[in-house]
Design a protein around this ligand. Structure first.
Ligand code: SF4
Length: 88
């Protein structure tokens, strides 16, 4: 689940509150509601949340998070700003 940060502007109907945080809602299969299920493209790509901008497809931290199926911690989020070698 993608937690929204201050400054993220996405359509209201895509937002859900989860554990007190504003997040992108998910479909029943866990996919983000902004992901077009036919094209597998982000329908709000130009305005996607900062968390989505911080991840590069297939990078090590992305793979680690996907493997555990959990949300990003504050520490992990801060590591996104570090060089790749110190992020693992
Ligand atoms: S890039 Fe788009 S579809 Fe993917 S998680 Fe972010 S908002 Fe959702």
């Amino acid at each position: 689940m993608v937690e929204l940060r201050a400054g993220d502007v996405v359509p209201d109907h895509f937002i859900v509150e989860h554990a007190g945080a504003r997040c992108m809602d998910q479909r029943g299969n866990g996919a983000c509601v902004a992901l077009d299920p036919a094209t597998f493209l982000c329908t709000i790509y130009a305005d996607r949340p900062q968390t989505c901008r911080d991840f590069n497809r297939g990078e090590s931290l992305c793979r680690q998070i996907l493997a555990t199926g959990r949300n990003l911690t504050t520490l992990e989020r801060s590591q996104l700003d570090q060089p790749a070698a110190s992020a693992s």
